[in-house]
Design a protein around this ligand. Structure first.
Ligand SMILES: [Zn+2]
Length: 322
């Protein structure tokens, strides 16, 4: 568990370093397009959708950041006193301390909305915002570690889905919550805002490192690659120029389709090289020495929480596992 936590801390620091100057624990706001904003800080990126019905969040960062996140959301929703942050729906892309750590705090902040008029159709509204996730997120958060569950029940998803997709309509736009089996973890969702034309990917796509294959939580290299291809299926570039669908990665800067294509090509090349090496009977040690990710190491290999060596080892385990 410590190792996994270390990975996330490392990733968070690096994405902060790439995104914000100076590196600190501030929350920065970036208008994306349509109703969508991106909140960047020391943990995973948060996606915010704002409209007449209130605020929808994709991911919640670490618990320690909740106050700062709420302050930014109040500014964005500019009706702050009345709606107290106005958070009605939270979608978890997966279970990780730097993506779901703020669940409990931000869910409770949503409670103030429902205390007043306009308390809506969302189930469990009296308890605050709804938390939506793939069922494997709930399974992992509620699983006992020692005598208690991994997370307190107030942080758990209140609504889960299983299967490939969960569709919803909020703030005048349809939203597709799409499951990617065994990608970064076994509970990954990415969220596509159709009218705003923005995809929030969670850690299926992170610009701050090589792909993080969380083997202990059911992740796999092939699953991540499938997820990257799914993002490319959804995304449409604007002809001849920058623009079109915008992509909010789990960590790192705002991207467009070309960024995802480049990253997907990189992962495909490394996967193919490693498969050829495995076929030749090379051991993990020999593959590490052969540097199958060599030309990408300067760009993606310097993350202290997820080194090239860790990535190659996880990719090897994933590719050779029966
Ligand atoms: Zn992450």
């Amino acid at each position: 568990m410590k190792t996994i936590f270390g990975i996330y801390v490392g990733l968070g620091l690096l994405s902060g370093a790439l995104w914000a100057q100076p590196v600190d624990s501030e929350i920065r706001v970036l208008p994306v397009q349509g109703n969508i904003y991106m909140l960047a800080g020391p943990g995973g990126n948060i996606t915010v959708q704002i409209g007449k019905q209130g605020v929808l969040l994709v991911d919640t960062q670490a618990a320690a950041m909740s106050e700062k996140i709420l302050a930014q959301i109040r500014k964005l929703s500019n009706d702050g006193d009345k709606i107290g942050g106005g958070i009605r729906i939270i979608i978890d892309t997966h279970y990780a301390p730097d993506h779901t750590g703020g669940n409990e705090n931000l869910r409770k902040a949503g409670k103030m909305v429902f205390a007043g008029p306009g308390a809506g159709a969302i189930r469990d509204a009296a308890e605050g915002a709804a938390i939506i996730a793939h069922e494997n997120v709930l399974n992992r958060m509620s699983a006992p570690t020692g005598k208690t569950a991994a997370e307190p029940s107030a942080a758990w998803p209140t609504e889960t889905y299983f299967g490939e997709e969960h569709d919803m309509y909020f703030n005048g736009e349809s939203i597709r919550v799409i499951h990617q089996p065994n990608a970064h973890t076994d509970g990954d969702s990415m969220v596509y805002f159709r009218r705003s034309d923005v995809v929030s990917t969670g850690d299926i796509f992170t610009l701050a490192s090589f792909p993080v294959i969380d083997l202990a939580k059911g992740g796999s290299l092939q699953g991540i690659l499938k997820g990257l291809n799914e993002i490319l299926d959804i995304a449409i570039p604007e002809a001849q120029e920058e623009g079109g669908t915008l992509i909010i990665p789990g960590h790192g800067r705002l991207c467009d389709e070309a960024d995802v294509a480049e990253y997907r090509d990189m992962v495909t090349i490394i996967r193919d090289r490693m498969q050829a090496m495995i076929k030749k009977g090379m051991t993990l040690e020999q593959i590490q020495t052969a540097h199958p990710a060599r030309e990408y190491e300067p760009l993606y290999g310097s993350n202290p929480g997820w080194s090239t060596g860790q990535f190659i080892e996880a990719a090897y385990t994933s590719l050779t596992r029966k």
